[in-house]
Write a protein that binds this ligand. Structure first.
Ligand SMILES: NC(=O)C1=CN([C@@H]2O[C@H](COP(=O)(O)OP(=O)(O)OC[C@H]3O[C@@H](n4cnc5c(N)ncnc54)[C@H](O)[C@@H]3O)[C@@H](O)[C@H]2O)C=CC1
Ligand SMILES: N[C@@H](CCC(=O)N[C@@H](CSC=O)C(=O)NCC(=O)O)C(=O)O
Ligand SMILES: [Zn+2]
Ligand SMILES: [Zn+2]
Length: 389
């Protein structure tokens, strides 16, 4: 039965308040308005950023909300004026939008080769609402109260509504949605941090701080780029084996060097520091270590991790005066709607090299979402893919 133009009542995992378990409840998802797309979510994974927002660390976090931003699904219906996708299309919602190929008035970031920070809808997604009427499309079935969106995606729901500029198509019919959903955030971010933001070259030395899915994707990309030494850094010893499987040549657990900072350990190991480092933790002290373990003259450190509201980074300016570069990345610098379909093709044609299975440590039913958060918090899981059916 078609629900086109009508509200859909379905299950969503609602975050009613920070630090509280999600509640799987009935929500009403309004039909898509102009420039909007309603998607039936098939699979969604959890990213550390969902946990960070649920834990109350996100200055943009609004409650109640529907979290989730790493997913794949099928277009159920589209609002007026939508031309780039149609009902039945298999898609990946993108928290970083891209408007240049479908907007009559593209934003300057989409037109600029150096940025992927589309501004078309960002102001509204940050406030948890849709641009057209500045309201959410989710309401609670039991009392009609509004529920905010998250990152413009809100994939912890059987159905969601996103802006058209945030919809990447999965053009390859053979692409498994239960795997390519990971390209909606973590894996793409790690790959892009290495290839786009840093531009790691063959023969480079690399340190990756934080060996969750994002950090491991950095390692995978560094191997692909031909890095000769890749140092994985994590406070969890259990991450050493997996890091080496991904291609790390060395492993450092900072807790094993009491009284000595991690940057000193790495500078000694590399006789002067690494060419590139990646912070994939979201801790400002680790960000400092990641910068300061870079080689003077040309070392570049990329901040990938998302730090808690109110925290700030610091270092001695001398670290930059002596030639280190400190930069950051959002979604690995990829211009989402055009890049994600290419990443899907890369996975589909890449054999084992770009096999996403190694990131999927757990699979669960949607109703088990709080167990999945517990695993992520405990450091027991890279990616847990939740099935909606
Ligand atoms: N900039 C962007 O576009 C994106 C940023 N992120 C952020 O990237 C970070 C990583 O995300 P996930 O891989 O999903 O997280 P995760 O929680 O799976 O992995 C984090 C890893 O860091 C390790 N860790 C914790 N404290 C540490 C310390 N002091 N030193 C070294 N390692 C430490 C943990 O043991 C864990 O292995 C998060 O901050 C997340 O919010 C995620 C996706 C996109
Ligand atoms: N909302 C936070 C910042 C959160 C943040 O930095 N998000 C990353 C993506 S994390 C994905 O898992 C990002 O790409 N940010 C760029 C953006 O435009 O959102 C805050 O207010 O500090
Ligand atoms: Zn994410
Ligand atoms: Zn744009």
């Amino acid at each position: 039965m078609s629900h086109e133009g009508k509200p859909i009542t379905c299950k969503a995992a609602v975050a009613f308040a920070p630090k509280q378990p999600l509640e799987v409840v009935d929500v009403v998802v309004a039909p898509p308005q102009a420039g909007e797309v309603r998607i039936k979510i098939m699979f969604t994974a959890l990213c550390h950023t969902d946990a960070y927002t649920l834990d109350g660390f996100d200055s943009e976090g609004k409650f109640p909300c529907v979290l989730g931003h790493e997913a794949a699904g099928v277009v159920e219906s589209v609002g007026s004026g939508v031309t780039s996708c149609k009902p039945g299309d298999r898609v990946i919602p993108c928290y970083q939008a891209y408007c240049a190929d479908i907007s009559e008035n593209p934003c300057e970031h989409c037109l600029h080769p150096k940025s992927n920070l589309c501004q078309a809808v960002r102001a509204w997604t940050g406030r948890g609402v849709m641009k057209t009427d500045e309201k959410p499309r989710f309401t609670l079935a039991r009392d009609g109260s509004e529920i905010f969106h998250f990152m413009g995606t809100s994939t912890f729901s059987e159905y969601t509504v996103v802006h058209e500029v945030a919809v990447a198509k999965v053009n390859n019919d053979a692409a498994p949605l239960d795997k390519v959903c990971l390209l909606g955030c973590g894996v793409s971010t790690g790959w892009g941090a290495v290839h786009n933001t840093a531009g790691v070259e063959a023969g480079s030395t690399v340190a990756v701080f934080g060996l969750g899915a994002v950090g491991l994707a950095c390692i995978e990309a560094a191997v692909e780029a031909g890095a000769r030494q890749i140092i994985g850094v994590d406070t969890n010893d259990e991450k050493e084996a997996i890091a080496r499987q991904f291609g790390a040549t060395d492993f450092v657990n900072p807790t094993k060097f009491p009284g000595k900072d991690t940057q000193s350990v790495i500078v000694e190991m590399t006789n002067g520091g690494v060419d590139y480092s990646f912070e994939c933790v979201g801790n400002v002290n680790v960000m400092r270590s990641a910068l300061e373990c870079c080689r003077k003259g040309w070392g570049t450190s990329v901040i990938v991790g998302v730090a808690a509201a109110g925290t700030e980074i610091s270092t001695r300016p001398f670290q930059l005066v002596t030639g280190r570069t400190w930069k950051g990345t959002a979604f690995g610098g990829y211009k989402s709607r055009v890049a994600v379909p290419k990443l899907v093709e890369k996975v589909m044609s890449g054999g084992d090299k770009a096999n996403l299975d190694k990131y999927i440590t757990h699979r669960m039913k949607f109703e088990q979402i709080n167990e999945a958060f517990d695993l992520l918090h405990a450091g027991k899981c890279l990616r847990c893919v939740l099935s909606m059916d």
